[in-house]
Write a protein that binds this ligand. Structure first.
Ligand code: B12
Length: 431
């Protein structure tokens, strides 16, 4: 079968400010799991396209695919002040393909997996797969090719039956046993695209934690946790093949668990990898030894994972800030740069809690602090439930479009106030 794989992400910023063009590592895993003896596979990455619809048209006409897999990364940029909804680009691409081809269009990816049914209905693809779909997409390709057995029992599958959208229980899961196929990507450009080339180390069980305890990932809850030797071998291989200089260790809490993080740093140091890397750090469960080892192993910058606090409860906020401040202090002492963020306008936010957050930001020393106006509401979260109670949304399915919650008490003045305060701080970024 001729399978065209398209990465539709074209967003080139992190927090609307820093240059970040993440390599489509998820799509590369999909490509890596396909049987290339059996299928002819072509990859089209729209990140650097000058005219992406023309590129789609040319690829579809030339390759004449029978199946198309599309990776949908972002729902939006989650910025209140400069909101960019990301899904319309994927929709445009599908609409263009429909004018040229009868290929079966299958969507997946991080954004898709957050709201599978809603994305499916908005994008109007033929099939959706939610979750880690390396093996499942390969199975689907085989079943589509032969016509049997039926693919309708696959977990995480979304399809239409009798005019209704059907969304199967569960998510696709992957062993990540095959490496991502990167040779079809413009690795030279990704080498220069900021933040580093993604190398998967481990991910928590969720695409996003819906509350603080879920972000405290436990060992049984990992979505993927790769053996350290395999990770280091992959980095070596990327260095050799693509001259890769900077890595982003894809991990939503590098320091969790602490001994695993230290072993990885140790292995990097001992194997003389000599690379620069960045990653995400959970704002708890850290110690100075780890920070020292990360620095020695080549870590340049960590993104401190944001935990949405509860501004209505000052004590819990203070407790959370103390824990975060402690990790910041360790980074300062170890000369490890960090970015962190605060959201303003969460439920229960008051003038006092806003000033408390601003004071906190003044007390730490991040490379960049992201101040976010409002909460970009994600389904299944406490904020989504409150937004529904308060009538901001009538149904969570509306969240497929960017929707922001701003607490009533701060709504009228928060934007002006934060603009005024940020103007005095060159390393504060308001979005
Ligand atoms: C690492 C990361 C980053 C790093 C990337 C660094 C780098 N160089 O790669 C940085 C910090 C730069 C970053 C930035 C942003 N990120 Co980010 N990021 C992540 C994170 C933690 C991991 C992504 C990753 O690499 N996964 C590893 C790969 C293997 O998994 P995957 O991509 O999901 O692919 C699997 C499946 O999705 C599926 N799949 C993928 N493609 C396809 C295609 C088909 C056809 C099928 C069937 C299946 C399929 O199978 C794949 C293999 O298992 C995720 C959260 C998470 N826990 O997943 C957020 C996440 C992807 N990011 C997100 C967002 C919003 C952003 C930003 C917009 C934040 C901001 N405000 O600026 C920016 C956008 C950057 C840009 N220009 O696009 C969201 C996207 C969804 C959403 N809510 O809109 C996520 C899901 C976080 C969240 N919970 O909200 N991010």
């Amino acid at each position: 079968m001729r399978v065209l794989l398209i990465a539709t992400n074209r967003h080139n910023r992190y927090q609307s400010r820093l240059n970040a063009q993440p390599m489509p590592i998820g799509l590369a895993y999909i490509a890596g799991h396909l049987d290339h003896e059996r299928h002819e596979v072509k990859v089209l990455d729209l990140m650097f396209s000058d005219d992406y619809l023309a590129d789609v048209e040319a690829a579809v006409k030339e390759f004449n695919p029978q199946m198309i897999g599309m990776s949908v990364r972002n729902l939006s940029n989650h910025s209140y002040l400069n909101t960019v909804w990301a899904l319309p680009i994927s929709k445009e691409v599908i609409d263009k393909i429909r004018t040229l081809s009868d290929a079966v269009i299958v969507c997946g990816g991080p954004a898709f997996s957050i709201m599978p049914k809603e994305c499916f209905e908005y994008l109007r693809c033929d099939i959706g797969l939610a979750g880690d779909a390396g093996e499942t997409f390969a199975t689907l390709a085989e079943r589509l090719e032969i016509g049997e057995p039926s693919y309708f029992n696959l977990p995480g599958l979304v399809y239409t039956k009798g005019g209704q959208t059907v969304s199967n229980e569960g998510y696709c899961t992957s062993e990540f046993a095959k490496p991502p196929r990167l040779e079809d990507l413009d690795m030279d450009r990704y080498n220069k695209a900021g933040f580093g080339i993604g190398v998967l180390t481990k991910l928590g069980g969720f695409y996003y934690p819906t509350n603080a305890s879920q972000s405290q990932i436990n060992e049984s809850g990992w979505r993927v946790i790769r053996p350290i030797d395999e990770v280091v071998a992959e980095v070596k291989d990327l260095k050799r093949r693509f001259g890769m200089k900077k890595v982003f260790f894809v991990d939503n809490g590098f320091n969790l668990p602490l001994d695993h993080a230290k072993s990885l740093c140790n292995t990097i140091i001992e194997s003389d990898l000599n690379i620069r890397w960045n990653t995400c750090l959970a704002p708890f469960n850290c110690d100075t030894e780890l920070i020292g080892m990360m620095k020695e192993a080549g870590c340049g910058l960590v993104m401190m994972v944001n935990r949405s606090g509860n501004p209505g409860d000052m004590d819990s906020m203070v407790e959370e800030n103390d824990a975060l401040a402690e990790v910041c202090r360790m980074c300062d002492e170890g000369d490890l740069h960090y970015n962190l963020g605060k959201q303003f306008g969460e439920p229960g936010e008051t003038r006092e809690s806003v000033d408390n957050k601003l004071d906190f930001l003044r007390s730490v020393n991040p490379a960049l602090a992201n101040l976010r106006v409002g909460v970009s509401i994600m389904p299944g979260t406490e904020v989504a439930a409150i937004a529904k109670q308060e009538g901001l949304i009538t149904d969570e399915s509306e969240l497929v479009k960017p929707t922001f919650y701003i607490a009533g008490e701060v709504k009228d003045w928060i934007v002006d106030y934060l603009k005024e305060q940020s103007a005095k701080e060159p390393r504060w970024n308001l979005s």
